[in-house]
Design a protein around this ligand. Sequence first.
Ligand code: XIL
Length: 440
Amino acid sequence: MKRLILLVGVAVLTLGLVACPTEYENGLAHIGDAPSLRVIWDNYFPMGNIIAATTFGWQAGHTADIGNPARERLLRRHFSLLTAENEMKPDQLQPTQGSFRWVNSDRIVNFANDSTHPMGLHGHVLVWHSQSPVWMAPAGNRAAAIANMRNHIRTVMLRYGTRVESWEVLNEVFASWVTGTPNAGNWRNFLRQPAANQTNWPVAIPLDTATGNCFIWYAFTIAREVADEIDTAAGRPVGTMVLYYNDYNEEATGKMNGIYFMVQEMNERFARENNGRRLIDAIGMQAHHHRGHVTGQDARPGWTRQSTAASVQTAIRRFASLGVYVSITELDITVGNTDVSVLTAAQERAQAIRYAELFRMFRNNAQYIRRVSIWGVNDNASWRHQGSPLLWDAQLRPKEAFWAVADPEAFLANPDNFARDRTIAQMRDAAVNIPASAWD
Ligand code: XIL
């Protein structure tokens, strides 16, 4: 019996070892090895993606990347910068007050800092209403909430120091759908009101009209203080660490203006009080887009989705006019409301065209863009898997969307050249802007 168990164990192990790499090899077999997105885009901006240290939550196909050779290899081949998908969120790092849990975030930091494959690392996220413990922001106890916020930000940022190059200080403070007209005087009317089971920073630390201080001001000024300490200790200029405000639906006019006026007010005040220094360095545009009709949680009666290349470009330029960096932080584009198993050729094409239009526009606006990060590798592991939103399919085969990102101009000129049945030689012939080194 013992021997049988051993035999089965060895067989399972062997299969497992073989199965991991072949998932990737087989996936690419019909087209050979796909060109590296990281190399293709290197002259314009770093290409980023997310990483998971563990299989997470409710997502059916969600998979840990670390320890999976195929996924590790894919991330390192195509991307130069990582964001932890979940492992650096407040509920993961400090589930109960004062006891921090570093094991998974440490694994991600170590992966990014691996000496043979160093990658950039963006910290996500310090202050948020979601995936954060409710105790952090006790209603009616402003002092305790500020102390909790300070302790969390300080402890997390100081643990990783310069191994994290930028931080999402604050995420999603505006309502999902801003239908009014925010301006410099009224933008606070459009802030999100967190639900009862969420972390309610705006209620715990409301605007103090005497000082102008509010939870947004505290989050950024605390993070700024710690960032300066990290920069100084590392002997590099203060301001090297980049601090982000991050949000979604940011290309819709109302939301765009809410973000614009918030950042403008925070930065103007900080500059007045600190010899012209900037408080918020960068605006992160999540870019969770849709292509075509949507249903379910993303449907809004009467709402016209505006995430075209033109509307995203308008937002990029408007934000950049504040003198901040702009990054695309969580790009994915769902198509319809289907699932990986039923993505039609027409849907795949429509989605790829949108990716191509966006990346062509990113190239033309590269002077404003600090990085472009995609939120996931393959459709079935995506948090929006019902919409098959990513560049690789469930078998890790590059979709048309992959080729659209690899060479948007050539793709738009003739998408059929990049159809799934094409060989790698045909893809090479069809490509116009892919440098030779990217195919290595
Ligand atoms: C998502 C993760 O991808 C999921 O695994 C998790 O269940 C929920 O959060 N905006 C953000 C990200 O800033 O942190 C979210 O990530 C997606 C929306």
